[in-house]
Each structure stands twice: as C-alpha cells, then as structure tokens.
Design a protein around this ligand. Structure first.
Ligand code: C2E
Ligand code: CA
Ligand code: CA
Ligand code: CA
Length: 274
C-alpha cells in the first residue's frame, strides 16, 4: 500500500465487502471456466505498412461468463494473476494459440501476451519449447508480447528466461511501450525484436503534439537499432497517415480488423495470401 498523507488507502468504503466478494466469486468461476473450456481466443491481425499484408495475429483471450456475459481480459487477467491461476491459464493460451497458428500460411506469425507473473515459473522457456514441438509451430512464428513490468521484480532471472525463450527462436516484443516508467532504459537491458507503442499515444493523433513527438522518437529508435516498430489501436485513416509519415513498420487496430474467433481469422489469413 502506498503511504499517503491523506490515508486514502486505509479508508473503509461501504462497498468494500461486496467488492471483495465479487472478486472471490470471479476467481472461482474463472477457475471453473478454464477447466470447462469456457474461454476462447480471438485473433487480431497486424498489417505490414510497407506491403499491406498480414504479418501476424495477436491472440486475445475472451471469457463469456454464464451470468454476466462477456468479461474483459483487462478485468479477469489481474484476478488470474492474484490467484495464481495465470500459470495454467497462460499455458492454455500458449498451447491454443500455437495450435491455431500452425494451420495458418507459414508467412503469418502469432503474437501471445505473457503476464510478468508467468515468469515465476523458472521453466517457462521449456514449457514453450514443449508446446512448440507438440503443436509443430516453427519457433520463429511465435512472438511473445511482454511489458516492462517483467523487469521490475526478479529482473536478473527474468532476463535469463527471456534469453532462453529467444534461443528457442521465438521473437520478443515490448508491449504497451511508453506507458511505464522507464520503457527506454529497458531497451538497453534486452534486445527486443519489436516495440509496440501503446494505443494511448495513437488516440490523439495527428493533433496531439506530445504523442506525435514520442511516436516520432520511437520510430527513430527502431530504425537506428533495427527493431520492428508497431502501433496498436489505429482507428482512423488520419491516424494511419500520421503513423505512415513517421515510417512505422506495422499497425494494428479497428481500422484494419477487430479481434475475431479462430475460424474467422483462418479465413482471413488464407484469403489474404491469395
Ligand atoms: P493489449 O495487449 O494492449 O491488447 C490490445 C487491446 O486493445 C485489446 O483489448 C484489443 O482488443 C484492443 N484493441 C485493438 N485494436 C483496437 C482499436 O483500434 N481501438 C481500441 N479502442 N482498442 C483496440 P482486449 O482484448 O480487451 O485486451 C485487453 C488487455 O488484456 C490486453 O491489452 C492485454 O494486456 C490483456 N490480455 C488480453 N489477452 C491476453 C492474454 O491472452 N494473456 C495475457 N497475459 N493478457 C491478455
Ligand atoms: Ca498485447
Ligand atoms: Ca496496450
Ligand atoms: Ca498488454
């Protein structure tokens, strides 16, 4: 808890009990969902801005709660992280994504989000290696999206795990770039294959001067260091024009496609290669 002069963290709110109870219930039904295959992966394409082709698709987990309906991963991933469920959940996501991607044309990769808490499993790299050989997916077609929080705790051993994953031949992307405290300094700790600028820097383009300055700097870093640069959350043509003007390599967003179920993404990637 943060030390706050006003003691805001200690205040007991009337809704607190109900809130904790809701979380507890969510945890139980999430465990149930994982066991009973009530989770599903959707996939959203990333477009190469130089060729216009799909380079990869990001796997995004979906949960349809029996009573509540769809629950956002932004809501249930943190609960999975708090309850230790992220281990088995993360493995299921990896296996599922690699199984699907193995059916795609070989030029299309799959991007999977890794929670920093999955690094608590010191055997993460060998788990990934086993999943690759089980599913027959070439390692170079697996991209792992990590956030800088991987470097906050246990950074030395997490770095080692990252290097082991890289040695398998998989690619590592820094996700949500710019939203943390020191995204820039982590570029020195590890040679990322890809930088993915967070959606918040795209939302106010082309007028947002600060956002524009920041994405321009990122594009320059990518060019200089030979790192692929990507943006997420592209919704409008004017945003795309601004990104193209800065020379980004890839983009992802509703302007191109929304995340869709596995069967639909298979059709999309197959027809895009024709
Ligand atoms: P993220 O990794 O930053 O993923 C991008 C999010 O932006 C996704 O939300 C995606 O659906 C959404 N998005 C894509 N294009 C657009 C756009 O043009 N406009 C807007 N407004 N949004 C767009 P989603 O699927 O709700 O996921 C939210 C977050 O939950 C993800 O953020 C990621 O941090 C986490 N997450 C999702 N799936 C997984 C997973 O399989 N494993 C882990 N560890 N985390 C996941
Ligand atoms: Ca991501
Ligand atoms: Ca993001
Ligand atoms: Ca993320």
């Amino acid at each position: 808890a943060k030390a706050s002069g006003r003691g805001t963290c200690k205040r007991i709110e009337p809704g607190m009990d109900a809130h904790l109870k809701a979380r507890q219930e969510m945890k139980v039904s999430l465990r149930h969902a994982l066991k009973n295959r009530a989770l599903e992966l959707h996939y959203q394409p990333l477009i190469n801005l130089h060729t216009g082709r799909i380079t990869s698709c990001e796997a995004l987990v979906r949960w349809k709660h029996p009573e509540k309906g769809p629950v956002s991963p932004a809501e249930f991933i943190p609960i999975a992280e708090e309850t230790g469920l992220i281990g088995p959940l993360g493995e299921w996501i990896l296996r599922q994504a690699c199984t699907e991607a193995a059916k795609w044309p070989s030029q299309v990769s799959v991007a999977v989000n890794l929670s920093p808490l999955q690094f608590r499993n010191r055997r993460l790299a060998s788990v990934i290696r086993d999943i690759l050989s089980e599913t027959g997916l070439e390692a170079s077609r697996l991209q792992l999206e990590i956030t800088e929080s991987v470097f906050l705790n246990d950074s030395a051993s997490n770095l080692l795990i990252l290097q082991q994953i890289r040695q398998l031949g998989a690619k590592i992307a820094m996700d949500d770039f710019g939203t943390g405290y020191s995204s820039l300094s982590y570029l020195r700790s590890f040679r990322f294959d890809k930088i993915k600028v967070d959606r918040s820097f795209i939302a106010d383009l082309p007028t947002g001067r600060e956002s524009l300055a920041i994405i321009r700097a990122v594009a320059g870093i990518g060019r200089t260091l030979g790192i692929t640069t990507t943006v997420e959350g592209v919704e409008t043509q004017t945003q795309l024009d601004a990104i193209n003007a800065e020379g980004f390599d890839e983009a992802q967003g509703y302007l191109f496609a929304r995340p869709v179920p596995a069967s639909q993404i298979l059709e999309i990637v197959q027809s895009s290669r024709e």
